[in-house]
Design a protein around this ligand. Structure first.
Ligand SMILES: [Cu+2]
Length: 315
């Protein structure tokens, strides 16, 4: 399997990636050859039969049956080849192998959530075992997003109100990029994730630990980790600058004016409510775009985030 990539393509690291590349290269090279032939003959004939002074030189030939058959037969043959090849690859990419592991993918502005059958979940990081077909059952909470892993040549739209399904089988361990390839609003370019392909044993270990990710960390440390892991950082900052949401610098104890003019002092219960029911109180000057983390954060994780927010003092 190709693990180096080329000028045009990143390394091909899924079972069907080689197929996609071969078809792409065939179409590209056939297209280039035809392009060169067409341009070269156009240039050649426009020189040969160009107007010289007043006299016009014209070829006496006006019909050639052999040529006509040739330029009908060759493109038709090419189209048939590309059609059959594409159709076979398409079927291969559409039919999910029976032994695939199913993972639920949820897209929302502007991050990815993954739910595993064993009860573990992760945000922006998909962890999968190598050499094992993975089926993704995908849906969106808001607008259309698109799930794309370039190294696997896997791409599928993720829609609100219906499921889309895709699958792949990674052929080598490592960490790969995951992009959203459907423009989905202001934070689209930050809707980045990664796919970590690990060995079978490591996957089992990760799933087990998924139930206790804060082991060995203080609440503050765990909270700092969650701030990134749960994608709070796509909308909030810690340096005082305004993002899509208010900055976390000096957030604890700060008095915020809500949309309806009422002041609220940021304390534990308000933070908890902001995380679980973000639409209950909207801070004036911000859009109500924060997603709810209901079901995504356990109580201890919310405790950890609150502990972390308390450490972020304004100077
Ligand atoms: Cu998106």
């Amino acid at each position: 399997m190709d693990t180096t990539g080329s000028f045009l393509m990143p390394p091909a690291q899924s079972t069907y990636a080689g197929d996609v590349d071969a078809l792409f290269n065939f179409i590209l090279i056939a297209g280039l050859i035809i392009f060169v032939i067409v341009i070269a003959t156009t240039v050649f004939f426009s020189m040969k039969y160009r107007r010289k002074g007043m006299a016009t030189k014209t070829s006496g030939t006006d019909h050639n049956l052999g040529l006509e058959i040739l330029w009908t037969a060759i493109p038709t043959a090419l189209i048939v080849i590309v059609f059959i090849w594409t159709f076979r690859s398409y079927i291969k990419m559409s039919v999910v192998p029976g032994d695939a592991i199913e993972i639920k993918v949820t897209a929302q502005k502007w991050f990815w959530t993954f739910d595993y059958a064993e009860g573990a979940n992760s945000v922006n990081e998909l962890v999968i075992p190598v050499n094992q077909p993975i089926k993704l059952l995908m849906s969106s909470q808001d607008v259309i997003h698109s799930f794309f892993i370039p190294n696997f040549r896997a791409k599928m739209d993720v829609l609100p109100n219906r499921y889309s399904i895709t699958w792949f089988e990674a052929t080598s361990t490592g960490t790969y990029d995951l992009f959203c390839t459907e423009y989905c609003g202001k934070g689209h370019s930050e809707m980045l994730g990664s796919v970590r392909v690990v060995s079978e044993e490591e996957y089992k270990k990760w799933i087990d630990e998924g139930s206790d990710p804060g082991k060995g960390l203080t609440l503050e440390e765990f909270g700092r980790k969650l701030y990134v892991k749960k994608a709070c950082n796509t909308c909030h900052t810690t340096d005082g600058s305004k993002g899509v949401g208010p900055t976390f610098k000096g957030v604890f104890g700060r008095e915020e004016i809500m949309e309806d003019g009422t002041p609220i002092t940021v304390e534990e219960n308000y933070i908890r409510e902001s995380i679980l029911e973000p639409k209950a109180h909207i801070v004036a000057g911000f859009q109500p775009v924060m997603p709810t983390y209901q079901g995504l954060l356990k109580d201890r994780e919310i405790d950890a985030i609150i502990a972390y927010l308390k450490t972020m003092k304004a100077e």
